[in-house]
Every structure is written in structure tokens, then in C-alpha cells.
Write a protein that binds this ligand. Sequence first.
Ligand SMILES: [Zn+2]
Ligand SMILES: [Zn+2]
Length: 373
Amino acid sequence: MTTEAEYSADGDPVNPFPVDWLGDDEMVPELQRLHRLKAQAEAREAAVIARVHRRGVPHAQGFASPTAWLIAATGEAPAVCRSRVRVALALQHMDHTRQAFAAGELSECRVRLLVDARAGAPDLFRRDEPLLVEQARTLSARVFPKALSHWRRLADPDGARFDAEAAFLARRLHISPTWERTVRVDGDLDPESGQIVLTAIRSLAEPAALEPGDGRTPAQRRADALVEICRRHLDSADRPTQNGERPHVTLALSLADLAGDGLIDLETGPITAETARRLACDATITPITLDGAGQPQTAGDARRSIPPALRRALDLRDGGCTHPGCDIPARWCDAHHIIHWAHRGKTTLTNLRLLCRPHHRTAHHHQPYPRRQ
Ligand SMILES: [Zn+2]
Ligand SMILES: [Zn+2]
């Protein structure tokens, strides 16, 4: 393998020559070399941050903290800078870790795990650091965190219990619309709660639960599973009602908008008229008349877009999702208008078919599927 000294002789150690010059069997050694270089650069960055802190540079320059100084110096996000400062300051007390990091033997990710492990039990960490650094060097990315938590449990049972309590207290869930017209779901759960969520999502997203040829990525399947679980909750009969209704999504829009091609605003961001039509296919509709200034004047009686008796007949006829090969039962299906009622389609058996949520989406956003016989 080529050594760094040989590369450095040419000047730039990161780009010593064009990537095209690499033979197929040289790719892996090159990646490993870059991986080491990256770790070395990160270790040096940590050393600079620690030195800056020890010299009191941030305060001398009027910054409230080393993190504020680093944000100004690098333009990185606050969370990134906070984590780097934390690692850099902890490394001052972690000789073995620091040396292995500087030699490019440990990635920043492994170093961060070691820093976390030390934070919980600094004295025990000092005693066992050589062993833990050796494990960080040799164990796989999957096994190493488990080895660390095993060490923690053995070395400090009370502390491990305290960690478990802290994990529970740290539980959080954020659901927020982003400017990219998506809704970000982000959070932390304690292990027990996490297992419940994971098991529920897996029951809908794992290969055994899927039909053959399902083209969704695993991440898409997990996302769909989470939404499906919430939808089934909203469907369930023992959930409290709101004004006698069990609303899923409330839309207020004109018939013209519903029949058109524009965007319609929800609390979480805009949706297309296509999506609004899918939601309205099988929904509770309340007709409202507006005055000239757009203020509501009168509200008619709320009614189902599919009357209950018709829905029972449809359930009996279709039995479940009518998409070929799909066997989602009727109770999880939407009733889909083949020609939408906003486009003057009739709410009659011949213009209706049952579709599960994913296939209802497909029906509205792609060509209709042939009917299952
Ligand atoms: Zn529909
Ligand atoms: Zn289906």
C-alpha cells in the first residue's frame, strides 16, 4: 500500500493525482487512506479548538462560548459546533483516544461514542480507556456501541440505571412543516417505547407484510407504515369524537378549487387539488355558503360522500382493495369514485371501488388500474 509520505511528496495529500488513475483494486486502499486522513484532520481540528479554549481566545474576542466562536469561525450549524467543542474539550482528558484519533485509527463517530461513554463515568473510563480504544479500533460499527453499553453496565450498574432514567426523561417528538413542503418527524424515545414503535412499524413495513413487487424503499415503507398506524387509530371506534366526528384531515375549499388544478393550504403546508380529491372521495362533507366577502353564511347538514348503506354494499361486493394482488381488508379501504364527484361522477355502486390507502393514492396520481375480477 502506498504510504502517506509518498503521497505527500507530491504536495496535496488529499488529491495527489486524478481519481481516474486508480485501478479497480486500488479503490479500497484509497478509501481507507482518505478515511484515515479525514480522521487526522478532525483530530487536528479538535486540538485547535481545545487550544483556543485553553488560551481564552473566545472570551478575549467577545464570544459568549467556544461554540459561539466556532460558529463564527466555520459557519457551521450550532448543533454541529456544540458537538465538536464537546468532543474537543473531553479529548483533553482522554489520552489514548486522542492519540488513536490523531493517528487516524478512529473515526470521529467512534470518538464521539467514547466521549459519551466517558461523560457517564469519567473515573472508570480512565481506568478502562486502553481496552475501550482497542475495541473502538477493532469492532464493527454495529457491535462497538453494544460493547460500550455492556462495559457501562458492568463498570457502573447504578450509573447505567441513571442513564436509563435520563433516556426516558429525554423523550421528545417534533413534527414540523419544512419549507420543502414536507413534514419533518424527528425525536428520541427511551428503549422500551422505541421498541413498541419499531414493532408496530415493522408489522406493516417488513417484507412478510408486503405484496410481491412492492417497489417502495425501506424508508418509504416505514413512512407509509407510520401514517397507516395513525390512520387506523383515527378510524377506530373507541377514539373520542370531536363534534360527533372523527376527523382525519379537515379541508375548507370551494367546489371549483376541488375540481381544479391548484394548490390548497393545510396547517402543515399546501397539497394539490388531486390530493384533495382523493381525500374528498370518501369523506364527510359540510356544504357552507359564503357571502360576497367570503364569510360563512349558512352551513348545511354534514353528510358522508359515501352513504353508509352504499358503503356496506360496496364492502360486500369488493371484499377489500380491488387493486390486483392486494388483499387489504375492506375496513382499511377507502371508497374511490372512478369519476370523481367534483367532476360530476355519480355516487353509485358502478362508479365506486374499494382501494387501500397506497392504491387509492396510485389511482389518483396515475392511470387507473384494471379492475380485479
Ligand atoms: Zn379516490
Ligand atoms: Zn391495495
